[in-house]
Design a protein around this ligand. Structure first.
Ligand code: G4P
Length: 189
């Protein structure tokens, strides 16, 4: 998606060979016009996937996911990173390990918001190691739903997530697949 790639080149900053700072339009301040275009792009790419619900993980996935849901005229569900491991009635949880943060969290879903038979489009801001995406997939399976596709605004293609998800048979669309980064250099695929 050229508009997004241009924005990354203009405002993004590679801190080193694996961390991309995009907090002026995606992770801290949010550019609503760009997010609307991102949502329309995901909606077009997954138009034939029979999606019934858009799902994301708090917090930076929410802006692109809600714009995708709006463009697809579908409901959107946020998976929570609950600090509690205490199971309650009607709650599904799975543990996700974040390599970036070197810590685990419980990804949590209230069962009533995903129905058996739902075809879910998982949207997130970054795809890195794929741990969050695989956690989302596990929760959808627990809820009896199918993952119809995965959309990443930015995918760091040199990290294992993108390949692992595709090897596992999932359809993954990355709007800005980054091939290589170095301090102050960003190259797309
Ligand atoms: P993974 O799910 O693909 O395995 O990734 P990982 O655990 O390593 O990522 C943890 C967090 O770091 C996620 O956000 C992810 O979006 C973010 N992240 C990963 N790589 C980058 C990067 O190069 N730049 C930026 N800015 N963020 C990155 P989070 O901690 O869940 O936070 P948030 O969604 O609340 O922002």
């Amino acid at each position: 998606m050229e508009l997004l790639k241009r924005k990354i080149l203009e405002e993004g900053r590679a801190l080193n060979d694996h961390v991309l700072l995009v907090d002026s339009f995606l992770n801290h301040q949010v550019d609503p016009e760009l997010m609307r275009a991102v949502g329309e792009e995901f909606a077009a790419r997954f138009a034939d996937a029979g999606v019934t619900r858009v799902v994301t993980i708090e917090s930076s996935g929410i802006a692109p996911a809600v714009m995708t849901a709006l463009a697809m005229k579908l409901p959107m569900v946020i998976l929570k990173k609950s600090p509690s491991a205490i199971l309650q009635d009607g709650i599904l949880q799975t543990e996700v390990f974040s390599f970036t943060k070197n810590a685990a969290y419980q990804l949590t879903l209230k069962r009533k918001f995903i129905l058996p038979g739902d075809r879910v489009l998982l949207i997130d801001d970054f795809l890195a190691n794929g741990e969050a995406a695989f956690g989302g997939i596990r929760l959808m399976e627990q809820a009896g739903a199918q993952v119809a596709g995965i959309g990443a605004v930015i995918a760091k293609a040199f990290q294992p997530g993108l390949k692992k998800l595709r090897d596992a048979g999932y359809r993954v669309e990355a709007l800005a697949p980054v091939k290589r980064m170095a301090e102050n250099t960003i190259e797309f695929e």
